[in-house]
Design a protein around this ligand. Structure first.
Ligand SMILES: Nc1ncnc2c1ncn2[C@@H]1O[C@H](COP(=O)(O)OP(=O)(O)OP(=O)(O)O)[C@@H](O)[C@H]1O
Ligand SMILES: [Mg+2]
Length: 291
């Protein structure tokens, strides 16, 4: 996807979205893999659902699908079935805990930028449904900067960037900011630093990142908060329950609640209100954008 295409899509979203509460679309990304995206995405989903919002998690990590494990569900169908026309979205969605719905990915689903016409039509029909039935969509993206990540991050109004204190996580985070800003037009990233003991330690990691992004890139990179290393997270995973449900008073759960509160306090940028539907409608009309 080129920057012009991404900006064109956003303008279209702005003009097309009717007045009223917009569908809020949040992408959770990272440079390096295994830094905690799926845990953060799934637990935030639960916390948002507790505020009465209708929440959908799209497991957009088409390589290693694992939102279902964190949520403790066994979806019988996935995005692949939807694209192939085996079942409509209503049947593909899996109910997760506390009313959260999950659209599972599957290994081996092709690049979404290369769908054929029939598949695009099915996807757009599904997005219409999502637009009507949900208030908030969380995209659990794969790590890095593949086509699908560009595609999903380009559709989101808000991009969370999960980093860990390891040096490789920082250099990979920088590369992600660079590519998502230059190729998908993402102008703002909200950084969550995982596996650090305090907000202060998280801020230090964030400052290292902005030391470089501020020098070389125009994207705004702000600090959202930290999640501490907490073995309750591992315990929750073994029990296949989200940590905020199984251990609501654990350090990780408290930190996640802080992130959720801050995200809900900050409304999404007004100029970017919109959703997935318009993005994909445009893609359907104009053909898949070149990566
Ligand atoms: N704050 C934490 N405390 C302890 N363990 C954690 C924490 N965050 C993540 N982990 C552990 O790190 C591992 C990776 O987490 P997770 O699957 O959420 O990462 P990911 O970024 O989604 O990975 P991938 O890139 O493969 O999708 C998991 O085993 C998880 O239990
Ligand atoms: Mg993951």
């Amino acid at each position: 996807m080129t920057l012009d295409q991404a900006n064109g899509l956003r303008e279209l979203v702005e003009r097309s979205r009717p007045a009223g509460a917009p569908l809020r679309v949040m992408a959770v990304t990272s440079g390096k893999g295994g830094v905690g995206k799926t845990h953060i995405a799934c637990n935030l989903a639960l916390l948002f659902a507790r505020t009465g919002r209708r929440v959908l998690v799209i497991d957009a990590d088409l390589g290693l699908a694992n939102a279902d494990i964190v949520m403790g569900i066994e979806p019988h169908m996935h995005l692949g079935h939807l694209l192939e026309g085996t079942a409509p979205l209503q049947e593909v969605l899996a109910p997760g805990p506390e009313g959260v719905q999950v659209l599972a990915a599957s290994t081996g689903v092709q690049e979404l930028t290369r769908l054929d016409d029939a598949q695009k039509l099915r996807l757009v029909t599904a997005l219409d449904f999502i637009d009507d039935r949900f208030d908030l969509v969380i995209l659990d993206c794969g790590a890095g900067i593949g086509d699908n990540v560009l595609f999903f991050a380009g559709a989101a109004q808000e991009v969370l960037l999960v980093a860990s204190p390891e040096p490789t996580s920082l250099t990979d985070a920088y590369a992600t900011v660079k590519v998502l800003s230059q190729q998908a037009g993402v102008e703002h990233f909200q950084v969550v630093v995982n596996q650090v003991p305090s907000d202060l330690a998280g801020r230090e990691v964030w400052q290292k990142l902005t030391g470089v992004t501020d020098r070389f890139l125009t994207a705004r990179v702000s600090f959202l908060g930290h999640v501490p290393r907490d073995e309750n997270l591992q315990r929750a995973l073994m029990a296949q329950r989200p940590v905020v449900q199984l251990f609501p008073r654990s350090p990780a759960s408290r930190a996640l609640q802080g992130l959720a509160d801050r995200l809900l306090e900050r409304s999404p940028p007004a100029s970017l209100q919109g959703g997935l539907k318009f993005l994909w409608q445009r893609i359907q009309r104009e053909g898949a954008p070149a990566a």
